[in-house]
Design a binder for this molecule. Structure first.
Ligand SMILES: [Fe+2]
Ligand SMILES: [Fe+2]
Length: 269
């Protein structure tokens, strides 16, 4: 068992596919992670479970690895447990920004329908969406994570590498959205928008529910207050106003809602 703790989760799951199923029962969705580079021991540490659950999880993983009988364990079903929340003002800033990004992500299916029905408006709407992605989601939000928050930790931490890799993939998809718009490639545009939506939705879920609560616990009260100050002191370009982007999302939501295109989104929430 010891040697497997230092293997990446992808390698562990490749060797023992049953472990992915067990982790899923504990709402640890590492099997679907974009990279799977995190070590098994780090995953168990980051997804801090209550001691009793953690002990049973370790026993179950150990039994799969040593090919012991899984059924003998008393525990079978895990009751859904409340997701950890962040409580420091610094982390709350990031979560609040996520909420605006999530609103945009939730609108993407309706945006795709809207531009199909209103081709003359396609270019302006997609360019506005890409502007939100570039300036709000990336330069304003991801930059805070990469250039401030992550700097408090070792760059060798696998979970941070995974998060940065997601940011890089998001930038590649942003360019792909623009390229398909320029080439008037309807199918490519819709595929790239959906890929962006899927990537960022999963990324934000990982940050909100796992990474941020865990990072927050690693920082001292002094560091958290320092982090908050640094977030507040970020120098923004003179022509950048976060409120403009939040208004853009708010107005788009109202517009699509008014057209009855929001039904699917609202049902999914
Ligand atoms: Fe991120
Ligand atoms: Fe984020």
């Amino acid at each position: 068992m010891g040697m497997y703790l230092n293997l990446s989760i992808k390698e562990v799951i490749q060797k023992f596919p049953q472990i992915e199923k067990i982790l899923n029962e504990y709402e640890i969705a590492c099997g679907t992670c974009t990279m799977g580079l995190c070590l098994l021991k780090d995953i168990l540490e980051i997804h801090k479970l209550p001691p009793a659950e953690s002990k049973i999880l370790m026993e179950r993983i150990g039994r799969v690895i040593t090919k012991g009988p899984e059924e003998n364990l008393e525990e079978k079903k895990i009751l859904s447990r409340p997701r950890p929340n962040v409580c420091s003002p610094a982390m709350k800033i990031l979560v609040a920004e996520h909420n605006w990004i999530k609103k945009w992500l939730a609108l993407i299916p309706e945006v795709i329908t809207y531009i199909t029905l209103n081709p003359p408006e396609k270019r302006d709407l997609i360019l506005a969406g890409v502007d939100f992605i570039r300036n709000y989601a990336d330069k304003f939000h991801h930059a805070k994570e990469e250039e401030i928050l992550f700097k408090y930790f070792s760059p060798e931490l696998e979970i941070l590498k995974v998060m940065k890799e997601d940011h890089t993939t998001a930038r590649i998809l942003r360019q792909a959205i623009l390229d398909s718009l320029d080439q008037d490639d309807e199918h490519g545009l819709s595929t790239n928008l959906q890929a962006y939506q899927q990537l960022l939705s999963q990324h934000i879920k990982k940050e909100d529910e796992v990474l941020f609560p865990w990072l927050e616990k690693q920082l001292s009260p002094g560091q958290l207050s320092d982090l908050f100050s640094k977030f507040q002191e970020v120098e923004l370009p003179a022509d950048f106003h976060p409120q403009d982007y939040e208004n853009f999302i708010q107005n788009l939501e109202e517009k699509l809602k008014g057209l009855g295109l929001m039904a699917n989104t609202l049902k999914a929430r």
